[in-house]
Design a protein around this ligand. Structure first.
Ligand code: NG1
Ligand code: ZN
Length: 532
């Protein structure tokens, strides 16, 4: 039986709900899990084609990240561990929406023809899933899709999204990036962390303690697995570990960031550090309460500031001439941008929302630190940067000081997951920086003060009528909307606001910041009325 007959045969087990139209959005497909079985099968097909085309291993992750438990989704991972390229996103949408079997085969054949794919090539696809109850059956559907087109599969089972990105990259770089196993991942990250903090000013047992909200998801599970690799250098206390609570419900990074409050049910003690992961452990935010009981959030912007400050100091100490930039989106707090540009004198770039855009922009620099305000981000080191740092660690003529800095940079490279934002890896780097600098979470927070801000969601009949320009900071349509927003913004001191259609939910997002919380709240409210 040829491949196409097999596709038709297997596809009958993964029928498409007639008329259902989905789009590969900011982070792949995402909707209620009951509508996704056919999409998963088809993404298995697509990943196999992509693997044949690139002659490399491709990843497929079944997750809906911070969405509610009843949703699910899928993201396709390219050979170096990055998100699949834009052209293939269009193929994904076409495949997902093909109505009957013949249309599906036509869609597959179109891709083969357009991409000039040699179907005799071998294919290999890595598959992973989060802890959602729907994920097991959906990842089986992905595996069936791969097999239908003759591809080989490796099922990693329960993994975080960044772990699967890591495995794909390790596999395709033939172990240069690390070993493509979960154990290999823990070993690499934890050894780098232990090396980083080797000479850190000694932490008391209290300071070694970090409270982690696992969003009742995969992150909690994986932290427990990693624990033994940390040699008690960090004491991780996990709450919202999935034993009783529901995934992403009143917990997790998105809840904490958007609600600007800690997850209910835990007492946030002053002087302790807390962080929250999201449902697939690719985002992280930190927080604490002060002695007056006031909640303080350290989001992706504060994380980017901490990391870029640390790296800039090391580059100076090492005497290395490498360019560095911080990449943000329109959601970055205005204060962070001003601080990074004016005080730190760093290059700051703004891109559209969605990690793939930030990742791409960060690749233009020797060192690119990128973070979305919601805590999704990482650091990219160019090949030149990695080589120069490596050479300096081995340079017999270099001063002790610069060698020490180079060694710290080298360990930073090893602790960070360069393929994508990673809660676990980011957490280890942040913890190491705080330990090395002997810095408390309060001191970190006081680097700059956030402008009060508010994010709202507005339900509209068709969110796609809103078109944006200038990295989503302005609207182009509907006509006149931007003028209305401009006039509203003018009424608020230090006001800034923008709207954009979400790529993961059927809503328009409204963001506003201003001098006071009251002012930010009313600006957000006024703008949402203008959108509605
Ligand atoms: P959308 O729904 O397009 O705003 C959200 C986040 C993105 C990104 C994706 C993927 C905000 C405002 N938006 O996208 O930053 O993380 O989800 O998870 O946080
Ligand atoms: Zn996520």
């Amino acid at each position: 039986m040829d491949h196409f007959q097999e596709v038709i045969k297997q596809s009958t087990h993964h029928p498409k709900p007639p008329g259902l139209v989905l789009q590969y959005g900011t982070a792949g497909f995402r909707t209620n899990a009951k509508h996704l079985n056919h999409v998963m099968f088809r993404m298995g097909l697509m990943a196999t084609l992509r693997s044949k085309k690139t002659q490399a291993t491709i990843g497929v992750m079944v997750t809906a990240s911070h969405n509610p438990e009843e949703d699910n989704g899928v993201k396709v991972i390219d050979p170096m561990g990055e998100m699949v390229t834009q052209t293939w996103e269009c193929y994904a949408t076409r495949l997902a929406n093909a109505e009957e079997d013949t249309d599906l085969v036509t869609a597959v054949k179109d891709i083969i023809q357009k991409e000039n794919i040699d179907m005799s090539q071998k294919a290999s696809v890595f598959v992973g899933k989060d802890t959602r109850s729907s994920s097991a059956a959906l990842s089986q559907a992905v595996l069936s899709g791969v097999t239908a087109l003759g591809g080989l599969t490796k099922d990693y089972g329960l993994v975080t999204t960044p772990q699967l990105h890591y495995m794909v990259c390790c596999q395709n770089t033939h172990g240069k990036y690390g070993e493509p196993t979960i154990e290999g991942y823990y070993r690499k990250l934890c050894q780098a962390f232990i090396q980083l903090i080797k000479n850190a000013s000694s932490w008391t047992d209290d300071q070694k303690q970090l409270w982690v909200d696992g969003a009742n998801g995969i992150g909690a599970l994986k932290l427990r697995e990693m624990e033994s690799h940390l040699n008690n250098k960090l004491q991780i206390c996990v709450f919202n570990d999935g034993n009783t609570g529901k995934l992403n419900h009143q917990c997790g990074a998105d809840f904490v960031k958007v609600q600007q409050k800690p997850p209910p049910g835990i007492t946030v003690n002053p002087d302790q550090r807390y962080c929250s992961f999201d449902g697939d452990a690719d985002r992280i935010v930190y927080y604490y309460t002060d002695s007056k009981g006031r909640f303080h959030l350290l989001d992706g912007d504060k994380i980017a500031t901490l990391i870029s400050t640390f790296l800039k100091e090391l580059l100076t100490q090492a005497g290395l001439d490498l360019n560095m930039a911080v990449v943000q989106t329109a959601y970055a707090n205005g204060s962070s941008t001003v601080y990074l540009e004016e005080t730190m004198k760093l290059i700051v770039k703004c891109t559209k929302t969605g990690v793939k855009h930030l990742h791409h922009a960060a690749q233009d620099f020797d060192i690119g630190v990128y973070f979305e305000a919601n805590g999704h981000g990482t650091v990219l080191f160019s090949k030149t940067a990695e080589e120069k740092i490596q050479q300096l660690t081995e340079d017999l003529n270099a001063s002790d000081d610069s060698k020490k800095a180079a060694q710290l940079l080298q360990n930073t490279i090893n602790v960070i997951n360069q393929t994508v934002g990673d809660s676990i890896s980011d957490m280890l780097l942040i913890e190491a920086i705080l330990a090395i600098k002997g810095m408390t979470v309060q001191q970190w927070d006081s680097i700059y003060s956030d402008l009060p801000n508010r994010q709202l969601k507005v339900k509209v009949s068709d969110r796609r009528v809103i078109e944006t320009i200038d990295a989503e900071r302005r609207t182009m349509s509907p006509a006149g909307l931007q003028k209305v927003i401009d006039n509203l913004v003018k009424k608020h001191k230090q006001g800034r606001s923008f709207v954009r259609p979400s790529g993961t939910e059927d809503v328009v997002r409204v963001y506003a910041e201003a001098e006071t919380q009251e002012s930010a709240d009313s600006l957000a409210h006024e703008v949402s009325l203008a959108v509605y």
